[in-house]
Design a protein around this ligand. Structure first.
Ligand code: MTE
Length: 335
């Protein structure tokens, strides 16, 4: 295998915009948009939302100290850098997709209702070692590292996030897949009592995403447990979410509870919701438009719509992952 020293998307640390400078741009959120977002949320949550949208450093409403807090920040793996400034933490944690808590972007306050302890992760299906692992046992038995990744949402916005976590291949290793296992299905929690979106019975809850085993063991496939040098916040998918940066963001399932190894391609949440628009592969490609909009450019969070940048094939990670699909030319691997 080729060992590259400087991937195309790598930049020296000095060129990344420091988080502190981005934080000064929180004034952006002091806008009519903030007021509109607040109007969507019931009374009790308003105070916290105002604090967050106005950029005050508020603790999470439950005020609980995350039991894994001492594991952060983890050392950065310098092999994973991005040629663009990091997204302001305040933007990344207040503009989210997490349909379990609503189909708009301001779900961060509603998501605090998710109880992230105790939390277990199950490994099941075609494996030699089925098991249930407590999240804290898992976190303390892996080597956490920080990686800066791009995230490109299928809706054509994007961000650059310093995730903390460990390679997804670690789950595969622990599972000891049987020879027939070809796919890894990943499921989000299911609890309609705390997640109002899951009360929509016409949607196929729980949220399911999946990869082939080759994809899951690609070194880029990462399980994030933290971001910005801290444990993940609920709205980002605490306590465990996927980060597969060469695919559209919806492939990166949040708040995962189960990994099932299977011989059949799983039907994912979005394949069921919109089979004409969302497929299994969902690899980023600027030349393959969504049925309703172009994928040629993207709006980095914090930029105006007039300040868009070109989208890159495989979101800039072609050197790392194009080989996975070399034999699949002509198939629907881009949506
Ligand atoms: N995971 C779950 N369980 N539910 C969701 O609605 N949304 C996906 C993905 N993972 C989603 C999810 C989409 S569409 C995107 S773009 C990313 O999460 C957004 O991640 P972020 O909110 O941390 O930016």
């Amino acid at each position: 295998m080729l060992i590259k020293t400087t991937p195309r998307w790598a930049i020296p640390e000095r060129d990344a915009t420091p988080e502190a400078i981005f934080r000064q741009r929180r004034a952006l959120l002091k806008s009519a948009g903030a007021a509109a977002a607040v109007a969507m949320v019931p009374g009790a949550a308003h105070a916290n939302i105002f604090d967050r949208l106005l950029g005050k450093d508020t603790p999470t409403p439950d005020n609980e100290v995350d039991p894994s807090a001492d594991l952060y920040p983890a050392p950065r793996n310098e092999a994973y850098q991005v040629l663009r400034p990091m997204t302001d933490e305040n933007l990344a944690t207040t503009y989210n997709n997490f349909y379990e808590f609503g189909s708009h972007k301001r779900i961060f306050d509603a998501a605090q209702a998710l109880d992230i302890r105790p939390w277990t992760v199950e490994i099941a299906g075609l494996v030699g070692k089925p098991q249930v692992i407590d999240i804290d046992d898992l976190l303390r038995s892996v080597q956490l590292e920080e990686r800066v990744y791009r995230l490109r949402c299928v809706e054509a916005w994007s961000m650059v996030v310093p995730w903390t976590g460990f390679p997804l291949s670690e789950i595969v290793r622990r599972a000891e897949p049987q020879s027939g296992a070809r796919f890894l299905k990943m499921e989000t929690f299911y609890n309609p009592e705390v997640a109002p979106g899951q009360r929509a019975s016409w949607q196929p809850w729980p949220y399911v995403e999946a990869l082939t085993l080759e994809e899951a063991t690609n070194p880029l496939a990462f399980l994030a447990t933290g971001a910005y040098g801290k444990p993940l916040e609920e709205q980002m998918g605490a306590p465990l979410r996927l980060a597969v940066p060469w695919k559209y963001g919806f492939k990166s399932g949040k708040s995962l509870v189960r990994f099932t190894f299977t011989d059949t391609m799983p039907t994912t949440f979005w394949m069921e919701v919109g089979p004409e628009e969302y497929g299994f592969w969902a690899n980023v490609n600027p030349e393959v438009p969504h049925r309703r909009w172009s994928q040629a450019t993207e709006r980095p969070l914090g930029n105006d719509d007039s300040d868009r940048i070109p989208t890159l094939l495989y979101n800039g990670y072609a050197d790392e992952v194009a080989g996975l699909y070399a034999a699949m030319d002509g198939q629907r691997i881009f949506y």
